[in-house]
Design a protein around this ligand. Structure first.
Ligand code: 3PG
Length: 402
């Protein structure tokens, strides 16, 4: 993969795919700036060299048509503040206005295109849509690590039109950190996985069974494993379709390096909203109750393992941390990982909910690396490659722009 310091950007129009898929509140204020901040080194590098920039991104999951709440115009002000210059905006990512604005862009100027997913062609990977986007720039940069697992037009198709295509600084940084963690981890290695869905974590668990020493599982996904071992989980979250896979993973772990550790106790109540909680054994949850967080004994066991680990990877909250009565598990574990950073352990955390929890507990800046990826991070850890990285690494067969 070529990197952006391999060419001189003076006079060039860089068409950059970024991941500005940031959470917004109902006033359209940005709740977490990690992804915008992450893109700054690439943008600054190109602007410092007197190149100009055309930014493409998605925001949320609109259904292929305009949605005011998911407009990228809501990030313009923040970008202007960070880049210390005005940012032009094209209210459609393709078409005449985008063409005109891109054509008239001068050195050192920035143009942000409207949400790519307002066109169905983005998610469909349409070559025609990609061609229109590609015609806007002179060289292509992928700096959207968080979206690089998607085979979408701006990620895998647009780069096919360019001879000059590069991985941005954020993409490089993310790969470097994850590669280091996978290739040269300082033992013991502990993986902490939580969140609701088990499906997107299966590949990661399997890939790490022989790399890690401990795989600690919490959050909603833990109950699928507990049920797979014939535990009584009441109304707790369960993915019935994955019970067999969970059983298979637990069996496989018996012949692997890593020990899978499940919660021994849970904080339960009658619903996520119900603050009347109790602590019970995770295998003995009554029919009317649901597990919403890991219990005190599990917190103790997990914290103790984290305290003796030198490489720690965390993805997914340990409970429904948005509710005060179910937040203690996630908060305790986040703090334990932050403490490990303090004694020089490699601590890599990532995923939308995980980063949101870090912000909630005021622990920003307390980790060795906070990844901007969620699904992309897990897929890269599993396969060590992503479609978006491949797309800027292989030469294009037919180059239309160069
Ligand atoms: C993310 O939030 O993980 C990325 O921006 C990708 O978004 P997506 O899951 O909607 O494709």
């Amino acid at each position: 993969m070529k990197t952006i310091d391999e060419i001189n950007w003076k006079g060039k129009k860089a068409l950059i795919r970024v991941d500005f898929n940031v959470p917004l509140d109902d006033q359209h204020r940005i709740l977490d700036h990690t992804r915008i901040e992450g893109a700054m080194p690439t943008l600054e590098h190109i602007l410092d060299q007197q190149g100009s920039i055309i930014l493409m991104s998605h925001l949320g999951r609109p259904k292929g048509k305009y949605d005011e709440d998911l407009s990228l115009k809501h990030v313009v002000q923040e970008l202007e503040k960070r880049l210390n210059r005005s940012v032009k905006f094209a209210p459609d990512c393709i078409g005449k206005e985008a063409q005109d604005k891109a054509r008239h862009l001068k050195n050192g100027e920035v143009l942000l295109l409207e949400n790519l997913r307002f066109h169905a062609g983005e998610r469909e990977g349409s070559a025609a849509f990609a061609g229109e986007l590609a015609s806007l720039g002179d060289a292509y940069v992928n700096d959207a690590f968080g979206a690089s697992h998607r085979r979408h037009a701006s990620i895998t198709e647009v780069p096919k039109y360019f001879r000059e295509k590069f991985g941005g600084e954020l993409l490089e940084l993310e790969m470097e950190k994850i590669d280091l963690l996978l290739e040269k981890p300082k033992a013991p290695v502990t993986i902490i996985l939580g969140g609701a869905k088990i499906t997107d974590k299966i590949g990661t668990i399997e890939a790490l069974l022989d790399k890690a020493n401990y795989i600690l599982i919490g959050g909603g996904m833990a109950y699928t494993f507990i049920k797979a071992q014939e535990g009584q989980i009441g109304k707790s979250l369960v993915d019935e379709n994955q019970l067999e896979v969970a059983r298979w993973l637990l069996n496989k772990s018996k012949r692997s390096k890593a020990r899978i550790v499940l919660p021994v106790d849970s904080v339960i109540s009658k619903s996520a909203e119900d603050p009347k909680t109790r602590v019970v054994a995770s295998r003995e949850i009554e029919d009317d109750f649901m597990g919403g967080d890991i219990g005190p004994e599990t917190r103790r066991i997990f914290t103790e393992i984290i305290a003796r680990s030198n490489t720690i990877f965390w993805n997914g909250p340990l409970g429904i941390f948005e509710k005060e009565h179910f937040q203690e598990g996630t908060q305790t574990i986040a703090q334990a990982i932050a403490d490990a950073t303090g004694r020089d352990a490699y601590t890599l955390v990532g995923g939308g909910d995980t980063t949101a929890s870090i912000t909630r507990f005021f622990l920003q800046g307390s980790f060795w690396h906070v990844s901007t990826g969620g699904g992309a991070l897990l897929e890269y850890m599993e396969k060590r490659e992503l479609p978006g990285i491949d797309a800027v690494s292989v030469p294009s067969e037919t180059v239309l722009f160069s």
